[in-house]
Design a protein around this ligand. Structure first.
Ligand code: NAD
Ligand code: ZN
Ligand code: ZN
Length: 327
C-alpha cells in the first residue's frame, strides 16, 4: 500500500519549551522504519506526569516534545519485519517497553525492560532519530508514545494488540493511570485479603489504587484528599472512609493511626509531594506496614525522613507503572 510510505500531516499538541503551554500545531509524521508501527491515536488520557513534562520536572526530556503516554488507537501501517500487529488492529502503545528477552522481561517479578528509554538522556526512537517534524524543526517523542498527536510512530515491542471490540476511549487508561494504581496494590504491595489500606490522592491513579485494594479483598480502605469532591467516586469504587487532612488539627498520619489502632497494613502516596510521602509512610504500621510511593517528585529533588520510621520494620518501596507487565 502506497500510503504506508507517505508522510502524514496531522495535528499534535506540542510543548515547545519548558514552562510554555501546549500548542496545537500541524506536524509531519514520517513512515515507520523497520521494526516500527505507525498508529492513528483515537483516544488519550491526561496523566499528571504530562504536567511534570511541561514544567521540565521529568528526567531526560528534550524539547520541543509531544507529550501524552496514555493512548489507544489503530495501526495505520507497519515497517519492515513487523509481525505482531497489522494495519487495522486496535492497540495500546505502552510507556514501558517489553522486549520479552532481557533478564528483567524474563523475571516474573520485574517489569523494567532493559530496552527502556528511561535510563537514556533522550526522547528519540531506539535508532536515535525522531519521526516528528513541525515548521521544519525536529520534535521529540515522549516515552515512545506521544499520544497527544493524531498519528505516532513507536517500536513494535511497545505495541500491545488488544481486543477488536475494546472501546478505545476507555481502555486508553490501561496505558498508564489504571495499570499504575491498580498494579501498585496488586503487584507492588501485594495487598492481602482482610487488610487495611490508605490511599493518599484520589486522581485517576489513586482511584485505581482504591480499586486494586478492593479487588485484593481489603477490609478497610481509607481515602485521603484535600478536594472533597473526590470522595463520592472513591466510595463508589471501594473506599470505606474518606478524610480531608485540612479538617483536622493533628497530622493526618495520627488521625489514620488512631482510626486503625496501629496504622494501616498498606499505604500509597499517589500525589507526588514530599510531605504526603512522609505522612503515607508514617500511616502504615511501624513493623509490618508497607508504603508504596507512586507519586513523582521532580527529578533531582531529595526527600528526608525520620530513620526510625524504617528502623522499626516498615517497608518503603516505589513502583513503575504498578509493576505491570504490559504485554
Ligand atoms: P491527579 O493530579 O489527577 O491527582 C492528584 C490528587 O491528589 C488530586 O485529587 C489532588 O486533589 C490530590 N492532592 C493534591 N495535594 C494533596 C495533598 N496535599 N493532600 C492530599 N491530597 C492532595 O494526578 P494523577 O494523574 O492521579 O497522578 C498522581 C501521581 O502519580 C502524580 O505524581 C503522577 O506523576 C504519578 N504517577 C506515577 C506513575 C508511576 O509509574 N509511578 C504513573 C502514573 C502517575
Ligand atoms: Zn502516566
Ligand atoms: Zn526486556
Amino acid at each position: 500500500r502506497l500510503c504506508c510510505f507517505q508522510v502524514i500531516k496531522c495535528r499534535a499538541a506540542v510543548a515547545w519549551a519548558v514552562g510554555k503551554p501546549l500548542s496545537v500545531e500541524e506536524v509531519e509524521v514520517a513512515p515507520p522504519k523497520a521494526g516500527e508501527v505507525r498508529i492513528k491515536i483515537v483516544a488519550t488520557g491526561i496523566c499528571h506526569t504530562d504536567e511534570y513534562v511541561l514544567k521540565g520536572e521529568f528526567p531526560n526530556v528534550d524539547f520541543p516534545v509531544i507529550p501524552g503516554h496514555e493512548g489507544a488507537g489503530i495501526v495505520e501501517s507497519v515497517g519492515e519485519g513487523v509481525t505482531s500487529v497489522k494495519p487495522g488492529d486496535k492497540v495500546i502503545p505502552i510507556p514501558l517497553p517489553h522486549c520479552g528477552e532481557c533478564s528483567f522481561c524474563l523475571n516474573p517479578e520485574s517489569n523494567y525492560c532493559l530496552k527502556s528509554h528511561l535510563s537514556e538522556p533522550q526522547n528519540l526512537l531506539p535508532d536515535k532519530t525522531s519521526r516528528f517534524t513541525c515548521k521544519g524543526k525536529k520534535i521529540h517523542h515522549f516515552l515512545w508514545v506521544s499520544s497527544f498527536a493524531e498519528y505516532t510512530v513507536i517500536p513494535e515491542y511497545t505495541t500491545v494488540k488488544i481486543d477488536a471490540a475494546a472501546p478505545l476511549d476507555k481502555v486508553c487508561l490501561l496505558g498508564c493511570g489504571f495499570s499504575t494504581g491498580y498494579g501498585a496494590a496488586i503487584n507492588t504491595a501485594k495487598v492481602k485479603p482482610g487488610s487495611t489500606c490508605a490511599v493518599f490522592g484520589l486522581g485517576g491513579v489513586g482511584l485505581s489504587a482504591v480499586m486494586g485494594c478492593k479487588a485484593a479483598g481489603a477490609s478497610r480502605i481509607v481515602a485521603i484528599d484535600i478536594n472533597k469532591d473526590k470522595f463520592a467516586k472513591a466510595k463508589e469504587l471501594g473506599a470505606t472512609d474518606c478524610i480531608n487532612p485540612r479538617d483536622f488539627k493533628k497530622p493526618v498520619e495520627e488521625v489514620i493511626t488512631e482510626m486503625t489502632g496501629h496504622g494501616v497494613d498498606y499505604s500509597f502516596e499517589v500525589i507526588g509531594r514530599a510531605d504526603t510521602m512522609n505522612a503515607a509512610l508514617a500511616s502504615c504500621n511501624m513493623n509490618t506496614g508497607v508504603c508504596v510511593m507512586v507519586g513523582l517528585l521532580p527529578s533531582g529533588s531529595a526527600i528526608s525522613i525520620d530513620p526510625m520510621l524504617l528502623l522499626s520494620g516498615r517497608t518503603w518501596k516505589g513502583t513503575l507503572l504498578g509493576g505491570t507487565k504490559f504485554q
